[in-house]
Design a binder for this molecule. Structure first.
Ligand code: HEC
Length: 85
């Protein structure tokens, strides 16, 4: 029994530290964008970092509440994964 509890504690701690490490890019993005619409909204959009910053600040204008750090991380990730063709 104690073993099982210890194992569960380990799992909880382990998953918490993994999510903390991935606070960059993709995770921030999926958590933030789904608050208002689905991924299909931007699935066809491509652009460089500057263009993605423009998109992100447009969302801020629509009511998204993000820190500059989060915006920069998302813009970097988007520019890497969805660059201009
Ligand atoms: C505060 C709410 C909100 C959040 C959060 C949000 N959006 Fe939007 N987004 C909107 C609204 C409102 C529209 C306009 C929907 C429409 O035209 O039907 C939109 C439209 C868009 C469009 C197409 C129109 C345009 O202006 O380019 C893109 C691309 C887009 N969002 C990307 C994103 C991405 C990427 C994220 C996450 C980083 C995100 N949005 C998060 C509210 C939000």
């Amino acid at each position: 029994m104690i073993r099982a509890v210890a194992f569960i504690c380990f799992l909880v701690l382990f998953s918490a530290s993994v999510s903390a490490q991935q606070l960059q890019g993709k995770d921030v993005l999926t958590r933030k964008c789904f608050q208002c619409h689905q991924a299909s909204m931007w699935a066809s959009v491509r652009g460089d970092r500057q263009a993605w910053l423009g998109v992100l600040y447009r969302m801020v204008g629509r009511g998204a509440f993000w820190t500059e750090e989060e915006i920069n991380a998302m813009a970097t990730f988007l520019a890497e994964t969805r660059p201009v063709k």
